[in-house]
Design a protein around this ligand. Sequence first.
Ligand code: NAD
Length: 344
Amino acid sequence: MSVFSHIEFDNHEQVAYFTDQQSGLKAIVAIHNTKLGPSLGGCRMWPYASDAEALTDVLRLSRGMTYKSAISGLPLGGGKCVIIGDHRQDKSEALLKALGKYLQGLSGAYITAEDSGTSVADMKVIGTSTEYVAGVSDSGEHGGDPSPSTAYGVFVGLKAAVAHKLQRQDLTGLTVAVQGVGNVGLHLCKYLKEAGAKLIVADVFAANVQRAVDELGATAVEPDQIYAVAADIFAPCAMGGIINSATLEVLQAKVIAGAANNQLSRPEISAQLESKGILYAPDYVINAGGIIDIAYQRSGESATALRAHIESIADTLTSIFQRSELEQLPTEVVANRIAEERFK
Ligand code: NAD
């Protein structure tokens, strides 16, 4: 499998493959850029259909982390780890410890944290064999879990997008279609409900949908219906690649503001969003609350400072939206330029 000619290869500094026969560990770590600091990004465990699929994912995700930390003003670079396997069946203490041992060998160029398929508890196990692990703090309301901070950042960012596009300072009576009501999506729904928004939700996991219906009075629709519902805002909080030519055909919302990573299926989609008059809050800008939280767990700064940093996501987005209008460029392109000015 070629790395250097891979379509997602973007001058990544390092790509490392790790295996441990005894525990069944198969993992790839990609370090995209360390100009601003050590690379930090979550460790995803996913039953990838092939090694090639895992490589594609880790290359894209690690690059996204470089942009996310740079635009958030954090002294961190971008990296990511993927473990090939089903977290419900294949995860074991031995596997996590083996991964920790390998990460220690990278001497701090990559620091790991939680992601889909891994938890705070898993990070603590990894932390028994490496010092290069984050998101394990026992202090604070959520004990290391960055998801609530991610949701809060998406909430303040979504409000900034609504203020810009719909000239509304509040969300009362607006409808938000939330795709995926897992760790981030459910927290986001709570903020939205408190702010007076109406919720339409979809999830492939029935119990999560039911929770949003029972606890928050959300209206549930089938997963493939969520794009076409009559909503003012679409908040993707499940997986990537969901903004594409097919979904753009049916999307009703005028604002896209959600937590999912890599929302655009291809970079060209950002121009299509512009021409359709849809305001897109670039994913890595709006979903940076989690990495900001983890950076503050590492530095030990106060909860007040953390909250202020997360709230600054709204200002960052507003300046991106304004520059996008002024320069007649898609919001994603503007965000990329700002980030690149910082890390290149
Ligand atoms: P999660 O696994 O807890 O929740 C995702 C939810 O999406 C699950 O309930 C899942 O059943 C649902 N889902 C999966 N496929 C779906 C589909 N086709 N349609 C509808 N629902 C579907 O994950 P999370 O931690 O809440 O993260 C959500 C997204 O936000 C991911 O893309 C993640 O990479 C991104 N993100 C998360 C964080 C964080 O702090 N957790 C930070 C930045 C970005």
